[in-house]
Design a protein around this ligand. Sequence first.
Ligand SMILES: *Cc1c(COP(=O)(O)O)cnc(C)c1O
Length: 229
Amino acid sequence: MTTIADRLTHAHQRINQAAQKSSRNHDEIQLLAVSKTKPIEQIVAAYKAGQRLFGENYVQEGESKIIALKADYPDIEWHFIGPLQSNKTKTIAENFDWMHTLSREKIALRLNEQRPSHLAPLKVCIQVNVSQEQSKSGVSADEIAPLAKLIDSLPNLELRGLMAIPTATDDIEIQHAELQKMQRLFESLKQSYAKLDTLSMGMSNDLEQAIASGSTMVRIGSAIFGSRN
Ligand SMILES: *Cc1c(COP(=O)(O)O)cnc(C)c1O
């Protein structure tokens, strides 16, 4: 039987090989374990195998996992990676360490206002709709700069970079074009904000390609926890 620890080891091997292929240092690439829909026991199993960064997509589910695990595992870093309605911002502001899917000024303002003062600023990535599909959330390329400027002015948010969910496709050229576009947008934003260090892209099926295009954080779910129902 393959355990979560085995699958984590394998995911790290894939990251290391992809980094080597692009002449990058694998230390630049973090593994975010996406535990959405998976039970707490599986998060604990991954934790015991050394994993510390976990990503959740659903506000309520994420909150209850954080509350359940906070006392025993205070060094878990919790990342919110799902779509967010403005009436749920308080739960994110009060519980999570990171928010990857920021794409609206109104949400940025609310998160800033609702972040408790005893917590470090919420680390955020701006989600970019790189495929420009109507159904997908995220800002367009020319909306990045004004949103970044707003976030940068808010004391309880800390801008760390960009996030994208490229088109799910087997077409290598489309995939490559979108990943390369994200890399260019990230490099260009870094000209204005030197401290940015996070390009959140790459999932179980495309982490190698994402790393070749400069990803610094891959979000891996099914390759660690198995497929979701
Ligand atoms: C579910 C999810 C992932 C993980 O996807 P896998 O294909 O299971 O690795 C990564 N990012 C986001 C935004 C997700 O919703």
